[in-house]
Ligand binder design. Sequence first.
Ligand SMILES: Cc1cn([C@H]2C[C@H](O)[C@@H](COP(=O)(O)OP(=O)(O)O[C@H]3O[C@@H](C)C(=O)[C@@H](O)[C@H]3O)O2)c(=O)[nH]c1=O
Length: 182
Amino acid sequence: MNVLKTAIESVLIFEPKLFGDARGFFMESFNQKIFDDAVGGHTAFVQDNHSRSAKGVLRGLHFQRAPHAQGKLVRCAAGAVFDVSVDIRRDSPTFGQWVGVELNAENQRQLWIPAGLAHGFLVLSESADFLYKTTDYYAPQAEGAVRWDDPDLAIAWPNVGMAPLLSGKDAAAPLLRDAVLG
Ligand SMILES: Cc1cn([C@H]2C[C@H](O)[C@@H](COP(=O)(O)OP(=O)(O)O[C@H]3O[C@@H](C)C(=O)[C@@H](O)[C@H]3O)O2)c(=O)[nH]c1=O
C-alpha cells in the first residue's frame, strides 16, 4: 500500500497493491494496521456504504456536524469519479482549500477524508460504484452541505459534457460561508 500526502494535511491518498494474474487481480482493500500506521493512530470504522451513480451525478459536498462528524475512507470499485475533499474547519490553516483526485476501478486509489471535512464526487464514467467506510454512524439531524460550485472554493470539476445531476438537497445547498460561518 503506497500512501501519498496531499495539500491538506491529514487528507491522504492510498494506493493499494494489485496482484494481477491470468484470472484478474487481488488486492487488500483495507488493512487496519497499515491504515492506523498511515494516519498515526487507531481509527475504528462503524459503517460501510455503497452508492451507484450514473455519469454526471454529483453527490456533495457533504459533512456531519460534531459530535457526529465522520471520517471517510472512499474508493470507486467500478467506473471512475473525481473525488473532492474540502477543508471546512474554521481554525484550519487550509480552511476553504480543496483536494481533488480521480478514483477509478483501474487505479483502485482511495482517499482518506478525516472527520470535519466536506466530501463530494462527480461521476466520470457511464456508471460508478462508490464504496466507503465511515468512523461514525449516519446522523441525518447533523447533516450539512456546501454548494458544489461555491465560487469561494472554485473547485475545478472535470467537464463531463453535461450539467451535474444533483439531489434536491444538493441543489439547494448553501455557500460555505453560510454553511459554516453563518
Ligand atoms: C448517507 C446515508 C444515506 N442514507 C439514506 C438517506 C436517503 O434516504 C438515501 C440517500 O441519501 P443521500 O441522498 O444523502 O445519499 P448521498 O447523496 O450519496 O450522501 C452521501 O454523499 C457523499 C458525497 C458523502 O460524503 C456521504 O457522507 C453521504 O453524505 O440513503 C442512509 O440510510 N444511511 C447513510 O449513511
